[in-house]
Design a protein around this ligand. Sequence first.
Ligand code: ADE
Length: 239
Amino acid sequence: MKIDILTLFPDMFTGVFNQSILKKAQERNIVSYHVHNFRDFSKDKHQKVDDYPYGGGAGMVLTPQPIFDAVQHLTSNKNNKTRIILMCPQGETYTQKKAEELAKEDHLIFICGHYEGYDERIREHLVTDELSIGDYVLTGGELASMVIIDSVVRLLPGVLGNEESARLDSYSSGLLEHPHYTRPADYKGMKVPEVLLSGNHKKIEEWRAKEALRRTFIRRPDLLKGRILSEQEKKWLEE
Ligand code: ADE
């Protein structure tokens, strides 16, 4: 997968792709990251990228030319499809489902604005997706794009080891994870549940399934909407 990022603050990305799993993914040639300053594409003699809004009002608006030209440059000589993603608080709210969808693509371009608005023609005629990472306003799309890139790259085949992938599978079940414990079995009087020390794998699996369901019911009941519960699961929730 090729990931291009268009931003006026390329230094914000220093370090993120050079650590841990995102770095390993690039080293294994599963993904490549390219950060571009779209000011470099401006045809204005002062390399301006924004201007006053037509009709007046506060704030500046990012002009179409540098962003259209940057995207054109990154997509020329390509016949495969590219997702052109605009980061903005008005976009569709990002979810794990969207991460799974984006992980199937070959090429993603992220457009990150910073405090200015975007000229509407960018939304209407250039981008394929508008994404928000939540109902709050950041100073720009950069941090939001990093969140999305992180969650997409970890889904690419070969990026995570087996153990982590198995964990991911349990998350993809649509429930929150069951509680985890490690040594010691008794820490200052705080004990690990007996069943986990029993060695009875069937009982342990059952306890985990029950705790995952209960935890989801208490913390995120919205995730259970539309889920058909078995008789056993209904009983667990009544306990
Ligand atoms: N830019 C500013 N706020 C944002 C948000 N919540 N998500 C995506 N991009 C943004």
